[in-house]
Design a binder for this molecule. Sequence first.
Ligand SMILES: Cc1cc2nc3c(=O)[nH]c(=O)nc-3n(C[C@H](O)[C@H](O)[C@H](O)COP(=O)(O)O)c2cc1C
Length: 198
Amino acid sequence: MARSIPTSALEGQLPWHHIIAMFSKGGVIVDVFDAVRTILAVRRYQDRPVPDDLARRILEAGRLSASAMNAQPWHFIVVQNKDTLRQLGAMLRTGPYVAQAPLAIVVAIPPGPYAISDASRAIQSMLLTAWSEGVGSNWVGFSGSLEGIKPLLGIPADLDVLAVLPFGYPEEAVGRGKKNRKPLAEIASRERYGQPYQ
Ligand SMILES: Cc1cc2nc3c(=O)[nH]c(=O)nc-3n(C[C@H](O)[C@H](O)[C@H](O)COP(=O)(O)O)c2cc1C
């Protein structure tokens, strides 16, 4: 996924819009589509911490995401305390494996028409940033299903919890880029709904 190509080596070889579709850090280029193509839900993690600078970069990816009217209506709670992670896992029916993750980011939002869309975009930014660095993750829960964890983390009553995102180095290789997805013809139309996209 990550290729060690000096940024300068791309000049003159790729159209500018392709270069912009990549992001560059320290000469390592990660193709955005490749990250989207290969990312999978990771539910088993090595007993190895996610380095602090990477945890911060994941968080930055959320912070930098776009939102309606630039309202940035999210709050991210970074959990690394093992006991808190254990307690979170015990509370999450669809995510008990959070207990084994070295890091979780809990996403809280206010009620309203935009916040779920805004925070979902921030979540995808965070998951892809982690994946581009070899760290797996997943999305656990949905708005309304996570009320029970609010007291544990001191989340104010007027906020909802949209998701718990566990992060960690994958315990085993997952998927190898193979995804179980509907074909384009089933989920896309050309020009008008129902006209096959071929
Ligand atoms: C909004 C949303 C909520 C999800 N909730 C859970 C969850 O509570 N527990 C879980 O284990 N996976 C959850 N997932 C992960 C999906 O089940 C998983 O991404 C999907 O089955 C496709 O698998 P793949 O990502 O490995 O291709 C959620 C994903 C999304 C986008």
